[in-house]
Design a protein around this ligand. Structure first.
Ligand code: NZQ
Ligand code: ZN
Length: 390
């Protein structure tokens, strides 16, 4: 295990009904908020109006930017930041799924430091501009998936460049406060619930699969999160009003990327950069849907080059029969992961997502362009993982 630093300054208020504290908590950060949200769900559920009123009650003014689309675009962030500057907002509230929350982080940067969002994004051959000032941020998730509410990352799409890339900055874009009220997720339809669940699973699985092997506590923590997501996920999809299941998934989502489960591993993220290359071209595909399609193929590759953790998953999650070993154990693990993916209503391959085989080299080159080759992969292996996901 590597030495590690644990740093997470987010004040997380978790639990059913916590949304009622939004006004009071917001008051501690500023006088006027820009509320960054998606195009429809928070209006439909009445949450947006409710938050505006809770702020008003505490004397906090607000303006609303309700133009964030899934896989949020750089232009949306820049529009919302311009609104925040024009209206003299001194803090940002991200209200919605990961897209609205990430957009809010981008707004905090662009409204605070000026310029264009893409200036702050680095990639091979392009140094990111330093973020000077960023506005304080409150995040209120309405979908359990990204864990953006507990981490200093934000992912954005640039449709002109066909790039999807992230800002990761613990000094500038950690939210100051997050309000995680699992009741806000009761309205999430089954498909988005499932996409969120596989995303949470992948957030702990990435480094589990590739990182240091002697991380016993982190392994158990990771397996606990995955098992919780599997058990409670099936319940929430069958009965969207199951408050207990929703709360357990929400807590798993927030904790998964908050630092501890992945600490000391120094593992590599592979499925995420591959998925981001897919949604860079296919904006209509959700992040979780892309992950579900790639994961079985990635496990097949790992079964060849680093099978230890794939086999550990087979034993600990799926209770593998004692007499199966080697390739058979890898196949057993993959079969069970595929079953989990399809049981919650997702596709385990690109074909079902209407992504044609002709895209695979293009995806691989996009991964390399935006982040370089992940882990020990070369271009050929990268293409092969994409092809095997077909
Ligand atoms: O856009 P609205 O109208 O709000 O509707 C959304 C959207 O259509 C809807 N929704 C959200 N909450 C709802 C709801 N519908 C009914 N009831 C509710 N309570 O769900 C749809 C998807 O929302 P979105 O925010 O796009 O989903 P998600 O939370 O999965 O976020 C995905 C984005 O986050 C990035 C992804 O790449 C993607 O761009 N990620 C961010 C990470 C981070 N910041 O740490 C890490 C992740 O790995 C991920 O890359
Ligand atoms: Zn993710």
């Amino acid at each position: 295990m590597k030495n590690l630093t644990i740093y997470n300054p987010v004040k997380i208020h978790f639990g059913a009904g916590e949304i009622e504290n939004a006004g009071h908590l917001a008051k501690s950060l500023g006088k006027k908020a820009v509320i960054v949200t998606g195009k429809s769900s928070t209006k439909k559920t009445g949450l947006l109006d409710k938050v505006v009123k809770l702020l008003e009650k505490e004397g906090v003014k607000s303006v609303v930017y309700a133009g964030v689309t899934p896989n949020p675009k750089n232009t949306e962030v820049e529009e919302a930041a311009a609104l925040a500057v024009k209206e003299g907002c001194d803090f940002v509230i991200g209200l919605g799924g990961g897209s609205a929350m990430d957009a809010a982080k981008g707004v905090a940067v662009v409204a605070g430091s000026g310029g264009k969002l893409w200036d702050y994004i680095g990639m091979p051959g392009k140094k990111a501009k330093d973020i000077g000032k960023s506005l304080p941020i409150i995040l209120i998730p309405t979908l359990s998936a990204t864990g953006s509410e507990g981490n200093p990352a934000a992912v954005f799409s640039n449709p002109v460049l066909n790039q999807k890339a992230a800002i990761y900055n613990p000094d500038k874009i950690f939210p100051a406060i997050s309000i995680v009220d699992p009741d806000l997720t009761l309205s999430v339809p089954p498909k988005q619930t499932a996409e969120g669940i596989i995303d949470v699973v992948m957030h702990v699985l990435e480094e589990y699969l590739t990182g240091e092997i002697d991380c016993d506590m982190q392994d158990r923590f990771t397996e606990g999160i995955i098992l919780t997501c599997m058990e409670q996920g099936v319940k929430a999809i069958k009965n969207p009003g199951d408050k207990h299941a929703r709360a357990q998934i929400a807590l798993s989502s927030t904790v998964a990327l908050q630092g501890l489960p992945n600490s000391g591993r120094a593992g590599a993220w592979v499925v995420h950069p591959l998925e981001h290359a897919v949604t860079a071209f296919y904006d209509n595909i959700a992040h979780g849907a892309g992950i579900a399609a790639i994961l079985p193929s990635y496990l097949k590759y790992l079964g060849e080059v680093k099978p230890d953790k794939v086999h550990q998953l087979a034993d600990r999650l799926f209770d593998a029969p004692k007499d199966i070993k080697g390739e058979l154990k890898t196949a057993f693990c993959i079969e069970n992961i595929r079953k989990f993916i399809t049981d919650i209503g997702l596709s385990d391959n690109f074909k079902d997502l209407d992504i044609g085989m002709e895209n695979m080299e293009k995806f691989a080159d996009k991964v390399i362009e935006v982040g370089g080759l992940p882990w020990k992969l070369d271009r050929e292996r990268l293409i092969q993982i994409f092809k095997d996901a077909f």
